[in-house]
Design a protein around this ligand. Structure first.
Ligand code: MRU
Length: 361
């Protein structure tokens, strides 16, 4: 997608620098800065500190981490310890364990002397497949947008509400929830996006708004609590979010607050869609209350906020009283019954056990 008119991916291999190049997402929207990750320790730090984030991108970054490690030492022992080293960097996004399992399985079948080359190929393959998946999701999601446009029977913009950032920054390119929006805009369909702020890290107001601005897509940032009100006033035609982990029954774990949006949408009969690559589906997760690990992040994300001052300097300030206890649950689960459809690279599916099994058959 575009940054100041130039096409970028969120991650790529930089052979000249012997590094993996990423966009430092902590600096956006105020600064566009690239970082060069040179070893597996830097990869882990980048995932944990949210230099890179978003379920698909976390998986791809981990795959490149294995490549950097295999270049140094391709032994079985190092392969196993590298996978273990990265596997708990972030607990909720399934793509991390998916990518690590995939890399390990493929590389164990290779002689150590082949592993550096092979792991590079595999990481590039995972990255390219992610782009292909997102493009397919864009095409499948576009069908839904076109259908809503047809039913709307006016030339007014279609109002789409989204939560968190499930755009190209959360994947390698295109994004999941935002990809149908990007495609619709390129096809000259009038769209307006309601962007949930997404406290505490503000992925909506910092990242989604920035992505939409770059693509010149009309949007408005709203507080996390505004969605229900807008839906009651028929100012939302559809909601679409991404997913960090989807259970075998079609329940969706995504950024905290997604569940409340889905409840409002259900109460107001507004369709609620979730866009995800199929490698975000966890067939082993059956009971969403027990089988989905919910990340709790540092309380500082809630007690402090970062921005730029009037001189453009980055500053972090405390916004809560020092003595108050803070909990920072980062994800929640939206039960399948509140989800209209899941949009994957394979099609548009009912969020049910049966339909999900079909995706993999
Ligand atoms: O904590 P984050 O920023 O990694 O959370 C990201 C989300 O919740 C996204 O909506 C999700 O990963 C889907 S992204 C394609």
């Amino acid at each position: 997608m575009k940054v100041k008119g130039k096409n970028y991916k969120s991650i790529w291999l930089n052979k000249k620098k012997s590094a993996v190049t990423v966009i430092d997402q902590r600096q956006l929207p105020h600064q566009f800065k690239l970082l060069y990750l040179k070893n597996i320790k830097e990869i882990k730090k980048a995932i944990q500190n949210m230099v890179v984030r978003g379920a698909p991108l976390i998986g791809v970054t981990a795959a490149y981490g294995i490549y950097l490690s295999m270049k140094k030492n391709p032994s079985d022992k190092n392969l196993n310890s590298s996978v273990n080293f990265l596997k708990d960097s972030r607990p909720t996004a399934l793509n991390l364990s998916w990518a690590l399992k995939y890399m390990k399985k493929k590389l164990l079948n290779q002689k150590p002397s082949n592993r550096a080359d092979e792991s590079e190929k595999l990481a590039e393959e995972i990255s390219n497949k992610d782009i292909q998946c997102c493009k397919k999701i864009a095409e499948n999601g576009l069908k839904i947008i076109l259908d809503i446009k047809k039913r709307k029977k006016t030339n007014k913009p279609i109002n789409i509400l989204t939560h968190c950032n499930a755009g190209w920054l959360a994947t390698v390119d295109w994004g999941t929830a935002l990809s149908p929006i990007f495609l619709a805009h390129r096809k000259k369909i009038k769209i307006h996006v309601w962007v949930d702020e997404t406290r505490p890290r503000n992925q909506g107001s910092f990242l989604t708004s920035w992505e939409l601005l770059q693509e010149k897509i009309p949007h408005t940032i709203i507080t996390d609590n505004a969605g229900g009100h807008l839906m009651q006033h028929r100012l939302v035609d559809m909601c679409i979010t991404g997913s960090d982990r989807t259970t075998a029954n079609g329940d969706v774990c995504n950024k905290i607050g997604t569940y409340l949006k889905a409840l409002s949408a259900y109460d107001n009969k507004i369709p609620f869609y979730v866009a995800l690559p199929s490698n975000t589906i966890d067939l082993n997760s059956k009971d969403y209350l027990k089988d989905v690990p919910i990340e709790q992040r540092s309380s500082e994300e809630l007690s402090h906020i970062q921005g730029v001052n009037s001189k453009g300097k980055s500053v972090k300030i405390r916004i809560t009283p020092k003595g108050s206890k803070v909990s920072n649950y980062s994800f929640d689960v939206t039960p399948a019954k509140y989800i209209t459809r899941l949009i994957t690279e394979k099609g548009i599916h009912k969020p049910s056990k049966r339909e999900i099994r079909k995706i993999f058959s």
